[in-house]
Design a protein around this ligand. Structure first.
Ligand code: PEP
Length: 254
């Protein structure tokens, strides 16, 4: 389906792959996907492989993303990675507030909002993740949970920054479980997120924000989900770890 917003499909490699494995994977992607113009293709390796992957994708249509970053700049922040360090490696995107970080590192909406602002200041495009747990869905509070996360995680951004932000709706119960939201369930929440964005910043900003779906997306279900009017791409975990699966997923989405 033709949309005004360009599809964006990002592979989140999570805590997987050595440097050599990362370069081998992205080299295969680069070769197989060279002709794809309809989709913004992003790979998000571990920090340790960013530099090597960055070199491997020079002059290709693949863009580089990180999986997290610190909310401060350079300085005495042991163990953190500053936004400017990512820019230095030609990173363009950064995933923020992934549910695994919200769960294991207890990242809050406030912290995600600070990181999102820092990302924009450093000229990085944040991919801000939101999504309800199974308990929350079963309790019928999906919309309350997602609205609070969207408002909280984008708080303080200017309309221009929001417009340039990618939001990833990732129902926690669908991540890495093999359970995908139905295309109708995904569309319902995506349309709801866009209505929240309209309330926050008006129609013309909300219309431009790209909203990805994430949660067990693979080659066989990508087309159906991505054909929904408010689904503008996918954030892909498991199915991005192997070249053939990710290539087929992207080809099937066009
Ligand atoms: C994710 O972690 O962002 C994700 C969507 O994972 P998976 O595709 O494996 O469900």
């Amino acid at each position: 389906m033709e949309k005004d917003r360009k599809l964006i499909i990002a592979g989140n490699w999570k805590c997987n792959k050595t440097v050599a494995e990362s370069v081998a994977l992205v080299t295969d992607l680069k070769r197989e996907l060279a002709a794809v113009k309809e989709v913004d293709i992003v790979v998000c390796p571990a920090f340790t492989a960013l530099d090597a992957v960055s070199h491997a994708i020079i002059e290709s249509n693949i863009r580089l993303g990180a999986q997290n970053m610190g909310d401060n700049g350079y300085g005495a922040f042991t163990g953190e990675v500053a936004p400017g360090m990512l820019r230095d490696l030609s990173v363009r995107y950064v995933i923020l507030g992934h549910s695994e970080r919200r769960q294991y590192q207890k990242e809050s909406d406030e912290l995600v909002a600070r990181k999102a602002a820092a990302a924009h200041t450093a000229n990085l495009i944040p991919i801000v993740c939101v999504g309800e747990t199974l308990n929350e869905r079963e309790a019928g509070i999906t919309e309350q949970v997602v609205e609070k996360q969207v408002r909280g995680s984008l708080a303080g951004l200017t309309p221009e920054q929001v417009e340039a932000t990618v939001v990833a709706y990732e129902p926690v119960w669908a991540i890495g479980t093999g359970k995908t939201a139905s295309s109708a369930q995904a569309q319902e929440v995506h349309a709801f997120i866009r209505r929240v964005l309209v309330q926050m910043h008006g129609e013309s900003v909300a219309r431009r924000v790209r909203i990805q779906y994430g949660g067990s997306v693979k080659a066989s279900n990508a087309r159906e989900i991505l054909s929904q009017p408010d689904v503008d791409g996918a954030l892909v975990g498991g199915a991005s770890l192997e070249a053939k699966g990710f290539v087929d997923l992207i080809r099937n989405s066009i």
